[in-house]
Structure formats: C-alpha cells, structure tokens
Design a protein around this ligand. Structure first.
Ligand SMILES: [Zn+2]
Length: 485
C-alpha cells in the first residue's frame, strides 16, 4: 500500500495562508519604520505593540482564509480599518475609508494585501499635525513673562510629588470648583464657578457648555501678546467643547498619528470586550511632554503660554486586574498602591516638563479634581462634593507675591494669572459645584481631612437667583453632587 499523495489543493491553500500571514506583517513593519525614520511620518511605535499587532493580524488572516470569500475579504478589511481610522482623524466619516477600501476585494488577494498594508503609512502623512489655529497674537510692548500651566488629572492633594528646584509656593488648601474634569476645567479656564458659567451639567445625553463669549484664560493671555499652545489628551478637553479657544496651537492627542492598525485590530478582535481600554491616555503623557517641549523651543521668539494636561493618575485602574469593583472591599491597599504608582508616573512627566522649561518660566501646577480612595466607602470621582474629590494640589513658581494661607478656589486662578499675582487667591470666595460658600462657611476641614457632610444649598437672596439655583440643584442632584430634596 502506498501512502496517499498530499492533496495539492490543501497544500496550495496552506501556502496562501502563510503568504497572507507574512504579507500582513508589512503593517507593523511600516509603522515601526515610519516612526523610526521621522516623527513627521508617525509617532514612534513600541516594539511590543508592533509584535501584538503583527500576531493579531496574522490570526485575522488565518481565520479569514478558513472562509470561502476570506482571501478576497482580507485586503478590504485591513485597508478599510486603516483608512476608516485615517478618515476619522481627518474629521470625515470613518465609513468613507471603508468604502474606498472595498474595490481592493476585486484585486488578486496578494496584490490587494500589499495595497491594503500600504494604507498603514497613509494616515500619518494625511493627518494634519498640530494645526495652527488663528493668527498669532499681535505683538505688544511688554507681554507677561513665559507661563506654563500644568494640570494633572485626578491627582489628590496628598500625592503632590517633590517639586524640582527652588522658589515654589504650595497652596495646601486649594479647592476645585467641581469633582470631575469638564466643569472643573471650565471653571479653571473661565475663572468662574460652575454656577456662573453653567458648563458640564448633564443634558440630553450631552453636557451644557459655557457661553462662548466669556473670554477664557488663553484668550486673555493671547490678548496680552502671549503665544499660546495646549497639549492635552483627556476626551473632555476637546476643541469641540471650546477648550481650543485662545490657543494658536491646540494639540489633542486623539488627532495624532498612533499605531493605527493596532487600534483597528483592538476593535476587530474584541479586546475591548475583554476589558482592554480603547485608549490608553496615560501612555500619551510622555508624548505630550515631548510635543510641548518641542513647541516651547520653536516658539521661543515670543512670550509663551503653555498648557499641558497629563492623564497618568486617572488611569490607575486601567489594568483589567484592577477594574474589578470587588477589589475595593477585598484589597483596597492594592488599589491605593496602584494609584500612588500611577500618580508617580504622572509626576515624573510633570517634573521632566518643568525641568525642560527652564528655571525662568513661571509655572502653575494644579489638578482638575481629586479621587476618592475608599473614604466614606467611595471610590473614583465626580460623585460627591467631598474632600478627596475636591481638595487638589496647587503649587506655583515665579510669582512675586506669596500666598497668605487659607482656602483657595482654583476657579480664581484665571484672574490671578492674568494679573500675574497669586497672592490675592486666598481671599477669593470658594464656590464648589455651583454652591456659593465663603471660605469660613464652607465647612471643609482640609487639614484634618475629617469633613463628611455635603454642604446644604445656600439660600438665594432674590427670587430670580433662587430659580436658577433651584434648577442647578436639581441638575447637581441628578449626578449625585448634592442630596435630593
Ligand atoms: Zn479629570
């Protein structure tokens, strides 16, 4: 008996699978090479990411070749995902990219795959890098000296790291205007409490936005002749939410070149469903600092205002092993350790930025809000007007006047920065979540950290204000800021 001859159809199919698996490796290779050759072609890709991407694409190729139409489908899928991402980055509907990719299904599979993989290098070249927004500010006689505002997302006051260099003031009782990013940053930029600007309250599945006519910090500083740039990645701090106002350059990292195929693949293979984050903002912190320092060096012929928002502390539970709510009871120390480590990573980037800006630069460091780490049984932020979520670190360098102590409203920073004097901060009225409190009546005992009662609404003087306050209180109650009626 002779052994059966190998099935030529099966072996040729296997050869095609191997060729497809090899060809799709072009995607990570192209990305690696582009990032390596020039930052203008793409952000550097980590080798680990490229390997994961290559393995995932190989798995996808092998899987599709098991289907009758798979070989023809694969190029269109790979190209569709890559072009869809490019389209999204350019502000076009992602479906457009997918439609453009469809004709690839008509090509011979191998040729189609080569074309599809080439799409991996198209996005970095098409994606506008750091668009210049608006004309540069008019030259003034004597604009204020260079200023950098560094905001760390979710950093608690008790996790302020060691400040590099000399001459820092630390405000140890700084209170944010709200316990989550959007209203808190609105307040910081507008210099107004939430009650006045009305931004960041939930409405019809979105959020209220402050009036675009009230000038924000960057507009006011640009008006003084400063050149302004922002480098941010928090999804709430978008241009579409008005955070680009006043900046001649606004870099939101979502608009950056990234390992595109990696994101596409993560969606395709369902990592999101397995608990993997779709976006690792913390990973962008070093890139934000690099981009900010590059701009700082390029813009040196004018007085500069730089805003950088770092996300590392916010991301301490991104590891799927830490996202389990049961851990809050079973192993809270593990979560607190993870928070401390994430905060230290953010702090290291903030330190690198400060050192890169040089000793002459005026710097303000502050957090948008804090984080509950098990106090009163709470975790996270955005849920209550309590110390852990409202008490934020605030440190400054390079301003003439020292703080006089006591509570400080972060919302008062904008005015103080425009004046160039932080000493008056302490006298400002502290207003949180739209509820007006003067510092003495606020009832926070920050130093002791023993505050627990949420403040009751302050009685309004006139009926019109009372109506506004009533509506606001309802909205605040809806998101758990204040007890219900
Ligand atoms: Zn935040």
């Amino acid at each position: 008996m002779s052994r059966p001859a190998p099935d030529p159809a099966a072996s040729s199919h296997l050869r095609e699978v191997v060729i497809a698996v090899v060809l799709v490796q072009l995607v990570p290779i192209l990305e690696l090479v582009c990032g390596w050759v020039s930052p203008a072609l793409g952000q550097p890709v980590r080798l680990g990411d490229a390997l994961v991407e290559g393995l995932g694409l190989a798995a996808l190729a092998a899987l599709l070749y098991a289907l009758p139409a798979g070989p023809r489908l694969l190029p269109a899928l790979v190209a569709g995902a890559l072009l869809g991402l490019s389209a999204e980055r350019l502000g076009w509907p992602p479906l457009l990219g997918v439609l453009i990719a469809l004709p690839l299904a008509a090509l011979p599979p191998r040729l189609g795959l080569v074309f599809a993989c080439l799409c991996a290098v198209i996005p970095p070249q098409l994606t506008p890098r750091a668009p210049e927004l608006g004309p540069p500010p008019a030259r003034r006689e004597s604009p204020p000296p260079d200023l950098a505002l560094i905001t760390l997302d979710t950093l608690r006051a008790d996790h302020l790291g060691a400040l590099p260099g000399e001459g820092w003031w630390v405000f140890d009782q700084a209170i944010s205007a709200a316990p989550w990013t959007l209203p808190a940053m609105d307040s910081l930029m507008l210099g107004e409490p939430v009650r006045r600007h009305g931004g960041g309250l939930p409405i019809d599945g979105g959020f209220t936005r402050p009036s675009p006519t009230t000038p924000v910090l960057a507009e006011r500083l640009s008006g003084l002749g400063m050149r302004a740039a922002a480098f941010v990645s928090n999804p709430h701090l978008r241009a579409s939410f008005g955070f680009d106002r006043g900046f001649q350059r606004f870099d939101h990292s979502d608009a950056w070149e990234e390992p595109h195929a990696a994101w596409a693949l993560w969606g395709l293979v369902g990592w999101r469903a397995l608990g993997w984050p779709p976006r690792l903002w913390a990973r962008r912190d070093p890139l934000l600092v690099n981009a900010a320092l590059r701009w700082w060096a390029e813009a040196g012929d004018a007085q500069r205002f730089l805003w950088v928002h770092l996300m590392s502390p916010h991301e301490y539970r991104r590891d799927p092993a830490l996202s389990n709510p049961a851990l809050e009871k079973e192993d809270p120390e593990r979560l607190r350790r993870a928070y401390a480590e994430a905060s230290a990573r953010g702090w290291a980037e903030a330190t690198r930025l400060i050192e890169g800006l040089g000793p002459q630069t005026r710097i303000v460091l502050v957090a948008d809000h804090g984080e509950s780490l098990g106090e009163e049984g709470r975790w996270g932020h955005g849920s209550a007007l309590i110390d852990p979520q409202l008490h934020v670190p605030l440190a400054a360098r390079g301003f003439g006047e020292g703080p006089s102590g006591g509570q400080v409203a972060v919302a008062a920073l904008a005015d103080a920065l425009v004046r160039g004097a932080l000493g008056s901060l302490s006298a400002e009225v502290v207003e949180v979540g739209g509820l007006r409190r003067d510092a003495s009546g606020f009832g926070l005992r920050i130093a002791g950290g023993s505050y627990s009662a949420r403040p009751p609404p302050a009685p309004a003087a006139d009926p019109a204000e009372m109506a506004v306050q009533g509506e606001l209180l309802e909205a605040l109650h809806a998101i758990g800021y204040v007890p219900g009626p």
